[in-house]
Design a protein around this ligand. Structure first.
Ligand code: SAM
Length: 247
């Protein structure tokens, strides 16, 4: 039956497009793309010519009926964003939610995703992590969000742009102090870099080498040290036991 394929595309290195993704992009009747010019370039690289339709945060809701009608007519559709996995800090959530509610077939075609690539090579714990997408753009909102997360014990993961990376590091220095950070920059691209250290140390690195502040970033923050709660409950338990024994 006709399907919506949610297709991950490369985050820099075009070799990261899977053969399955390339085949499906060539087989669908229509590709819904965040930016049709951007995806047009990818299609030319693949030697494909497939009709494109823009789907971004401002027209996503309005596109639902149009795309659903195509599916009902038996035409399969691919959803792609500019880079990486659609819906991950990218458009597509409203479309997928609405089509799933209508019982349409929705098929993930996995591939590159910056947060997973970053975590896979950072050396921070990955058994539990919290992905927070982009922090609020304004300083007050950003610090409030960081403060709300500061006590979390799992690794924290954020997306960040070159415009705000220094501000975010400065706020992290205030909120999480000397905790270890890993910055993954320009993943899969020519200037891929992993930097490791406290927020202050990373800011100093950018001060010394402004190129380190360029490109796209995944910011990973070590979780807070486990709280004293367990210790406290052991102490309470011992006190209770002593009291019971005394009885
Ligand atoms: N959907 C994408 C994904 O699956 O990763 C993310 C899209 S989001 C609009 C763009 C952000 O993802 C960038 O600002 C950056 O934080 C991160 N990102 C994307 N590509 C990256 C790369 N090659 N290296 C580091 N971070 C990247």
């Amino acid at each position: 039956s006709a399907s919506l394929y949610v297709v991950a595309t490369p985050i820099g290195n075009l070799e990261d497009l899977s053969p399955r993704a390339a085949r499906l992009l060539g087989e669908v009747a229509l590709i819904a793309a965040e930016d049709t010019r951007h995806t047009g370039r990818l299609l030319r690289h693949l030697g494909l010519s497939v009709p494109l339709l823009s789907l971004h945060e401002h027209n996503e809701a309005a596109r639902v009926e149009q795309l659903d009608a195509r599916l009902v007519a038996g035409e399969s559709i691919a959803l792609v964003s500019d880079a990486g996995t659609p819906l991950i800090s990218d458009p597509g959530f409203v479309l997928v939610r609405e089509l799933r509610a209508r019982g349409r077939r929705i098929v993930p075609v996995p591939g590159a995703c910056a947060l997973v690539a970053a975590l896979s090579a950072a050396g921070l714990p990955t058994d539990r992590f919290t992905f927070q997408g982009f922090l609020p753009a304004k300083g007050g909102g950003r610090r409030a969000r960081l403060e709300a997360l500061a006590a979390r014990e799992e690794t924290l993961v954020f997306y960040e742009s070159p415009h705000r990376i220094r501000d975010t590091l400065a706020d992290l220095a205030t909120v999480v102090g000397k905790r270890r950070l890993v910055l993954a920059r320009e993943l899969t691209k020519a200037f891929e870099t992993f930097l490791d250290g406290s927020a202050d140390e990373l800011l100093a690195r950018m001060e010394a080498d402004p190129d380190q502040a360029r490109g796209e970033f995944v910011v990973m923050v070590a979780g807070a040290a486990p709280r004293e709660e367990e210790e406290a409950s052991v102490v309470e338990g011992e006190a209770l036991l002593a009291a019971l024994l005394a009885e």
